[in-house]
Design a protein around this ligand. Structure first.
Ligand SMILES: NC(=O)c1ccc[n+]([C@@H]2O[C@H](COP(=O)([O-])OP(=O)(O)OC[C@H]3O[C@@H](n4cnc5c(N)ncnc54)[C@H](O)[C@@H]3O)[C@@H](O)[C@H]2O)c1
Length: 285
């Protein structure tokens, strides 16, 4: 093992094996590693996972579907949840059981995002994790019946899904970058955005939706490259078809939440898009 070896942990982390050899546990590149003292060889490493207990987690679109499942999962893991949703009434009703705070916001409107983020930071601090789930799924042909164009659908979808994700990411990241790094992993935070498999398999009528999700997928790597040096990771989940109001069934929202939680835990996941689709490839329509 070469490079910067960090501290040997406390004495309780020194082990004598049955054959009389000594293993010590050291902290190395944010991993707990066993070192075989007698043979001077490395035995194995155990990466540290981010502990989100008592940390602030923000979830946009957390009043329904995938976002609500994330809110429930992270709350069960001991995090403090704030839901940002346009439909604050439904969000308040559904999230009351987990004691989440709810902030009304239109993610596609920068003034609304700026004010929601500012007031939430003032009230409860910056987020350790942001999960962007707010989104809409409008469908329209590019050239519809009698030559009707669907520019309005395109603009609205880009505004909410792409610009909305960018706005929440940028405003939340600015606050996140002010946080102290965590002792166990050396990280400041994690941002998880939501694309869709339509990013790659857009169906007929999904030009707007696919374009918006393609944008979300494409900005993952540059965002991760920008924030990586500050200890903030950026990941994107591209779900297939889920059991939520939009559309009906297949994957379970809890499976999305499980992946979000696994992303938060695994410090080496960064700058990539994960399809969560059970091998589904969307057909033409
Ligand atoms: N459900 C699926 O099968 C599926 C598949 C692929 C991608 N997705 C994506 O996952 C995300 C969540 O999908 P879902 O099925 O949970 O949707 P959903 O409709 O159940 O929930 C979306 C939430 O976003 C909120 N929202 C909508 N517009 C908003 C705005 N402008 N500002 C703030 N909040 C707003 C809604 O009020 C709602 O609570 C979306 O981005 C969607 O495109 C979902």
């Amino acid at each position: 093992m070469t490079g910067k070896l960090a501290v040997i942990l406390e004495a309780s982390q020194i082990f004598w094996t049955e054959s009389g050899f000594v293993h010590i546990v050291i902290q190395y590149n944010n991993m707990r590693c066993r070192w075989h003292v007698n043979r001077e060889e490395h035995v194995g490493c155990e990466p540290e996972a981010m502990n989100i207990s008592d940390e602030q987690i923000w979830i946009t679109g957390g009043g329904s579907g995938l976002g609500l499942a994330c809110a429930r999962r992270f709350a069960a893991d001991g995090a403090k949840i704030t839901i940002f949703d346009l439909d604050d009434e439904a969000a308040t009703e559904r999230a009351s059981e987990i004691g989440a705070s709810v902030v009304k916001v239109d993610v596609g409107d920068e003034a609304s995002v700026a004010s929601a983020v500012e007031s939430t930071v003032a009230y409860s601090g910056a987020p350790r994790v942001l999960v962007n789930c707010a989104g809409i799924g409008l469908a329209a042909r590019i050239v519809g019946r009698e030559g009707r164009l669907s520019t309005d659908v395109f603009s609205k979808t880009i505004q909410v899904n792409l610009i909305g994700t960018y706005l929440m990411m940028s405003h939340a990241a600015r606050a996140m970058l002010e946080l102290e790094t965590l002792e166990d992993t050396g990280e400041r935070g994690v941002i998880i955005n939501t694309a869709s498999v339509a990013w790659q398999d857009g169906q007929l009528g999904q030009a707007a939706y696919a374009a918006s999700k393609g944008g979300v997928a494409s900005m993952c790597l540059p965002a991760a490259r920008e924030f990586g040096q500050f200890g903030v990771r950026v990941m994107t989940i591209a779900p297939g078809l889920f059991e939520t109001p939009f559309p009906s069934r297949l994957g379970m929202a809890e499976e999305y939440a499980l992946l979000a939680s696994q992303i938060v835990e695994n410090s080496y996941l960064n700058g990539t898009v994960i399809r969560l689709d059970g091998a589904v490839r969307l057909p033409r329509k």
